[in-house]
Design a protein. Structure first.
Length: 175
């Protein structure tokens, strides 16, 4: 005989079993690919229109299927370094400046941001002034540094201090 107590235990067990299946986060099965920049694309950080600016730009695919666009690699890192951004990120992409023209980077020159190497402390300006030049190989980054100077950084080495140094360099150049 099913007593009230047994009924509550069974109901509770069924409920817990159902919830256990919901414990893991499932990713949305949405496409996650970079796409050509459009004339109406705005930077997710500063709101500037992106298409006509020089230097490396970036895109971020989110777990919910949205694509964010950034006018510079620096703005991408400003977004990435926010505490709520990383859990949303599926994959970020940057221009490989080893194969892209600085003034008009090709939409065919994207690489995953987390495998790129970056050069900071160089004089070449991007959309927002000083920027992180992104490269698909350390060799290409070193060739850029031989011509323009700078300091080589890996993806994981870029932090708030690096971005603050870029901002400080921009202020010093404009004074």
């Amino acid at each position: 005989m099913l007593t009230r107590r047994k009924f509550i235990i069974v109901l509770g067990g069924v409920t817990l079993a159902g919830l256990a299946g919901c414990g893991g986060e499932e990713e949305v099965a949405a496409a996650c690919e970079q796409r050509p920049f459009r004339d109406d694309d705005e930077c997710a950080v500063c709101g500037m229109f992106i298409a006509e600016f020089p230097g490396p730009k970036a895109q971020a695919c989110l777990r919910d299927g949205r694509l964010l666009t950034f006018c510079s690699t620096s703005d991408m890192f400003v977004w990435l370094l926010q505490p709520d951004s990383v859990p949303q990120l599926r994959q970020a992409f940057v221009h490989d400046m080893g194969i892209a023209d600085w003034d008009h980077p090709s939409d065919d020159a994207f690489i995953p941001a987390d495998v790129a190497v970056y050069v900071t402390e160089h004089p070449v300006m991007g959309a927002m002034g000083p920027t992180l030049a992104s490269f698909g190989s350390e060799e290409a980054a070193r060739a850029f540094m031989a011509e323009h100077d700078g300091r080589l950084l890996g993806y994981e080495e870029i932090d708030v201090q690096v971005l603050n140094d870029l901002a400080r360099a921009h202020i010093e150049r404009t004074m």
